[in-house]
Write a protein that binds this ligand. Structure first.
Ligand SMILES: [Zn+2]
Ligand SMILES: [Zn+2]
Length: 362
């Protein structure tokens, strides 16, 4: 078993955790990429057959008044960590880097929040020079490129999954506002320009967090495969962040990939207002595994066996008790096998499907 995972927020977590400990004068040891108390670190990746991890520079615009400064700051931390632990991990730039190697772990740099470019194609090129190879067009705020699936309207409510009023959340859970076909809820002209330019220079377009209209605008504009790096099936869990059957089918037809997300709000079919990241009474690990398998089965059924990959969202979500960190991913393999996936199919899900997209797009 080999693992490729399309999304984690470990760099952002490390940055804010160490900053907080420093300002509060904590004497706790500094947490590093090599070893930390979060969901993912290099030592555990090595023990658990990881091949490649995408590390996102996630910029929450509520925390970074200048989003470009945000992405540069996180990039510096990423560079430092990769430099320090270069005996364990190396950064990939091309598909050759992905498949050839010397046994070290591999890292692909991505950006979560296309708004860091502030609409500037020059900045997009700069990101490419910084070795960013995948980018979500939006996070949970409307930006220069388009509208997200679950927009945060009030920034004082800013949270990782876009906390909203129960009524607004309900609307989004059923995908309302996406069905009305209004242009302003999809990609802007600049967003379309970015899709074209990203694919031209070899940066993978990521539609996770994007609105339904935005998704279909990407389909119209795109000339290559694209990914939803960390999204699940809306038919199983009716959250706006998840994909409709039509979207899953389209990603399958166009050769793209969907990364299975371990966030309970995107896995379990009860409202996240009640759940708020955790589990409710009666929800057990076994139930969570049933639902993980239900998403996997559904996505494969709608989009084909080549469409599904992994997109853990580690360190960007509350801990999922069934998959509390990279050490839980081997269990995922066994749980899916128990529920009918063959070893050949699991190889595709664990890494081969994502490889195929990287081969085409990088
Ligand atoms: Zn993230
Ligand atoms: Zn995300």
């Amino acid at each position: 078993m080999k693992i490729i995972d399309m999304h984690c927020d470990t760099i952002e977590r490390l940055y804010f955790l160490n900053k907080k400990n420093k300002t509060e004068g904590e004497t706790k040891e500094k947490e590093t990429l090599r070893e930390n108390s979060g969901h993912l670190d290099l030592l555990r990746m090595q023990e658990n057959n990881y091949h490649l991890q995408n590390f996102a520079l996630f910029v929450d615009r509520a925390l970074w008044p200048d989003p470009w400064q945000g992405v540069e700051t996180l990039w510096k931390l990423y560079q430092q960590e990769l430099q320090t632990y270069q005996d364990i991990i190396c950064q990939i730039r091309t598909y050759e880097d992905v498949v050839n190697g010397d046994g070290r772990l591999k890292s692909m740099l991505t950006v979560e929040e296309g708004g860091v470019c502030q609409g500037s194609v020059k900045k997009l090129h700069e990101l490419y020079r910084m070795n960013v190879r995948m980018m979500t067009l939006t996070w949970n705020y409307r930006n220069e490129l388009g509208t997200p699936a679950t927009p945060i309207v009030d920034t004082s409510e800013a949270g990782r999954v876009g906390k909203m009023t129960p009524v607004a959340q309900k609307k989004l859970e059923v995908g309302e506002g996406a069905k009305n076909g209004k242009n302003h809820s999809g990609l802007t002209e600049k967003g379309r320009e970015f899709v074209e330019e990203m694919q031209h220079i070899g940066m993978i377009v990521d539609v996770s967090h994007l609105s339904d209209d935005g998704f279909w605008n990407v389909v119209e504009t795109s000339r290559k495969s694209f990914v939803a790096s960390h999204s699940n099936a809306r038919a199983i869990c009716p959250h706006g962040r998840n994909l409709t059957d039509e979207m899953i089918k389209k990603i399958g037809e166009t050769g793209g990939c969907i990364g299975l997300n371990y966030h309970l709000d995107f896995l379990l079919p009860h409202s996240c207002e009640e759940r708020d990241g955790g589990i409710r009474t009666g929800e057990t690990c076994n139930y969570i595994w049933e639902m993980v398998a239900a998403h996997a089965r559904h996505i494969v059924q709608k989009g084909g066996i080549e469409v599904l990959g992994l997109g853990s969202d580690f360190d960007g979500i509350p801990t999922n008790i069934a998959i509390p960190g990279v050490e839980g991913v081997e269990k995922l393999w066994w749980k899916l096998k128990e529920r009918g996936f063959t070893e050949g199919e699991l190889d595709k899900i664990m890494y081969k499907n994502v490889l195929k997209v990287y081969k085409e797009c990088l």
